[in-house]
Design a protein around this ligand. Structure first.
Ligand code: BGP
Length: 462
């Protein structure tokens, strides 16, 4: 990708890196009442902050205070883009205030200025799993349509304030996480809903998020027609275990949910199969004609997505079942490693939507130790090399347009699923453990030099 228009960099989220959870007027978000867990022990949701409990988001890796040093390291690697998220509760601490918090706005002004100093393009997520706790408690989050209005007020404030500093926006992170019904934490962090057992509530809250996201696209374009406003989905390609048509059919059924959100955000309506599914399940969405119009008008400009794993499906007497893929290995945290799946994903998305793609998360979480002030993370280097190679094939051989590659967690940060620090993704090691002990000092890993060299060659700086 010799074009300077193709972005190379990394991606962060406020609650996983910033810390400073109660500084400068910031209010608590849903993430601030979630404990640390592990691969075996799920994170717990508390009803409020217990003074004697440890919550990883409260301090995270203290990016709030150390961001200038961290950005200097990203610039040293040659990043041309960095994905960050704005913490909604720094701007609107409760979520329903009339006026924003100036100190919060100023923080992001300074952050974006710092990025521009190095010609690093900010790619900004408006909500990355951290809606105000107050909106969750008072309204049951996005289940209540009034929260759409609060979200839009927040978006407008950001669009107006940063209209000359930010061009690439992402409305809501991994919006499709809501459809993972057996993992209540996801409904809480994605939409702030507590009453997550009822599918009708989940579908409704997700629908309200679609409307909110589409309105953000419409409002954003009014404020600056040059904005590029993307949706964000995690993408998992599904494979049939065998060529038995029953397995193939079962796989197609599983895939229906994969495109559920992208269909609405890219095409402006649910697919026929989803309407059928609603009928079968007895789901009656509160969905007005005005909202139908909004979804059509507020289609996104590009698709940003995270890619980590693929899934393999077989038919059983009880319906489709996800099963082991005999050809693929797993990471320390049991995530399937499948570089070719990235190429397949890019082709499937482009074929269906004909919109430019943006890879805004990809990476491997590893359990690593510092030795002689570095980490020899050869596994990360092989993982990323293989994924980058497949991405290039998708772009160059298959003709899929793609805006860039931003790897997840260029600096070690708090894991979203487990809250651990020891699930490390970075090119930069951070001296901090699962219980929040450590100096927070940063160290370059072997992958730091590898990525630096990779980017240098890509832009043709020999
Ligand atoms: C995505 C989230 C990120 C990030 C990543 C890795 O789902 O958008 O916030 O954390 O997954 O997941 P984890 O941190 O659980 O390893």
């Amino acid at each position: 990708m010799k074009s300077s228009k193709f972005y190379y960099g990394g991606a962060l989220a406020a609650h996983q890196c910033e810390g400073a959870w109660d500084l400068d007027g910031r209010g608590p978000s849903v993430m601030d009442v979630i404990t640390v867990g592990s691969a075996e022990k799920p994170r717990e949701i508390h009803d409020h902050v217990h003074p004697d409990c440890f919550y990883p988001s409260h301090e995270a890796i203290d990016f709030y205070h150390i961001y200038k040093e961290d950005i200097a390291l990203f610039a040293e690697m040659g990043f041309t883009a960095l994905r960050v998220s704005i913490s909604w509760t720094r701007i609107y601490p409760r979520g329903d205030e009339e006026e924003p918090n100036e100190k919060g706005l100023q923080f992001y002004d300074d952050l974006f200025d710092e990025l521009h100093r190095y010609n690093i393009e900010p790619v900004v997520t408006l909500v990355h799993n951290d809606m105000p706790l107050y909106l969750s408690e008072t309204y049951d989050g996005f289940f209540d349509k009034r929260v759409i209005g609060y979200y839009i007020r927040y978006c407008r404030t950001c669009f107006e304030r940063y209209k000359n500093k930010v061009r690439y926006w992402i409305t809501i992170n991994e919006i499709n996480n809501m459809l993972v019904f057996d993992y209540p934490l996801l409904q809480f962090v994605s939409a702030g809903i507590h009453t997550n057992t009822d599918k009708a509530i989940i579908y409704q809250a997700l629908h309200n998020q679609f409307v909110a996201s589409a309105l953000a696209v419409i409002e954003g374009h009014k404020i600056n027609p040059n904005f590029k406003i993307g949706c964000m989905s995690s993408y998992v390609p599904y494979y049939s275990l065998t060529s038995d048509p029953k397995d193939v059919e079962a796989t197609a059924k599983e895939e229906l949910m994969q495109h559920y959100c992208l269909d609405v955000m890219c095409r402006g309506d649910y697919s026929a199969a989803v309407y059928k599914h609603f009928d079968e399940e007895g789901i009656a969405l509160d969905f007005s004609d005005e909202e139908r119009q909004i979804l059509k008008e507020g289609r996104c400009d590009y698709i940003s997505f995270s890619y980590y794993i693929s899934k393999t499906v077989k038919a059983t007497a009880h319906g489709p079942e996800v099963t082991e893929n005999p050809y693929l290995e797993r990471s320390d945290w049991g995530w399937v490693i499948d570089p070719v799946g990235l190429r397949i994903s890019m082709n499937r998305m482009y074929e269906r939507y004909q919109l430019p793609l943006f890879i805004v998360e990809c990476g491997i979480g590893l359990n690593e130790q510092l030795e002689n002030d570095t980490v020899n993370d050869t596994q990360r280097i092989s993982y990323l090399s293989a994924h980058l190679e497949q991405m290039k094939l998708a772009i160059e051989e298959d003709g899929v347009p793609c805006l860039g590659f931003l790897s997840w967690g260029p600096i070690d940060l708090v894991s979203a699923s487990t809250g651990e620090m020891k699930k490390r993704y970075g090119y930069i090691y951070v001296d901090r453990d699962n219980e929040g002990h450590g100096s927070n000092k940063r160290y370059r890993k072997a992958s730091f030099d590898w990525y630096k060299e990779y980017i240098r060659k890509e832009y043709g700086h020999e």
